[in-house]
Design a protein around this ligand. Structure first.
Ligand SMILES: Nc1ncnc2c1ncn2[C@@H]1O[C@H](COP(=O)(O)OP(=O)(O)O)[C@@H](O)[C@H]1O
Ligand SMILES: [Mg+2]
Length: 288
């Protein structure tokens, strides 16, 4: 069976043009893996190990060497718009990926394909996408500032889904969120995979989250994949001492959070619009 996404010997070299006289070493090299429809592959590794570089190269935001195939078709560079639409990325910080002066449904309407010709059809599709990410309907035309972090990330995911992608690359997409909110977004990503057959490349420095979310995992160190395989094998009996070290370094929730903060509610920013009152609101008053 042809994999949905196939990456072979991917390497990325930053700044090659600027220093042609010297051979610039690649930042990432020899990354190979496959993602099947509906499956999730995790990429873990310390900060600076090359995860985001790999992510950006996969979706075509960075030039790379090696071969990337979508449904067996070798992708050319630069990528045609139709191919770019098929692979979307979700980033860590939904605040910076959403324009604060554009209401949520509008932000989606802007990125819908031209096949949704009139405003009514665009709005209907935008609302359908917001439903798909389980945003409460009363927030469909809210400003981004009126949403909690988790809700904003739902809108960012809906926006990524607007072009009907086959592959979603999530780069630390839950890392900025509180643990409890993180879990709801992980659930959403899993549900979306099952519902749509979308393939997920899930990047995180958090090994526990990857174990809970992914089928396969790649462990990166210094731009190389030092170990890869299905999560249970890699986490259960890592072949590399480096992987073992990473796994052993994972703090449990109880280690990481002081007791008094363990059940902390997610605090969302004050309404920034003038008509919106002054009390800060918490996750209990806004459905996640
Ligand atoms: N735009 C860039 N230009 C040059 N070097 C970069 C650039 N972005 C990242 N790097 C370097 O590439 C390496 C890998 O970074 P990155 O892919 O962001 O790692 P990770 O996401 O695993 O933390 C780091 O040494 C980083 O400093
Ligand atoms: Mg990164």
């Amino acid at each position: 069976m042809t994999a949905l996404l196939s990456v072979e010997s991917l390497s990325v070299t930053y700044g090659r043009k600027r220093s042609r006289r010297h051979e610039t070493p690649p930042t990432v090299s020899g990354v190979s893996f496959e993602v099947d429809a509906g499956a999730a592959v995790g990429i873990v590794g310390e900060s600076g190990s090359g995860k985001s570089t790999t992510a950006r190269a996969i979706v075509g935001l960075l030039p790379s060497d090696g071969e990337i195939r979508l449904n067996g078709e070798l992708l050319s560079s630069p990528r045609p718009a139709a191919v770019r639409r098929k692979m979307q990325m979700v980033f860590q910080d939904p605040t910076s990926s959403l324009n604060p002066s554009i209401r949520c449904d509008r932000a989606l309407m802007q990125v819908l394909p031209d096949s949704f010709a009139d405003a009514d059809a665009r709005r209907a599709r935008a609302h359908e996408l917001l439903e798909q990410v389980r945003l409460p309907s009363r927030l469909f035309s809210a400003w981004p500032s009126e949403l909690s972090g988790g809700q904003r990330q739902r809108v960012a995911i809906a926006r990524a889904l607007a072009t009907d992608p086959e592959v979603l690359v999530a780069d630390e997409a839950t890392s900025a969120l509180d643990v409890s909110v993180q879990a709801t977004i992980l659930d959403l990503l899993t549900t979306l995979r099952a519902e749509t057959g979308i393939g997920l490349v899930f990047i995180s420095h958090d090994l526990a989250v990857v174990r809970a979310t992914c089928d396969d995992v790649l462990v990166m160190k210094d731009g190389l994949v030092v170990e890869q395989g299905d999560v249970e094998t890699v986490y259960g009996s890592p072949a590399q001492p480096y992987t073992r070290q990473l796994i052993d370094a994972v703090p449990t929730v109880d280690d990481a959070r002081p007791r008094r903060l363990r059940h902390k509610q997610e605090t969302v920013p004050r309404w920034v619009r003038p008509d919106s009152g002054t009390e800060p609101v918490t996750a209990t008053s806004i459905t996640q």
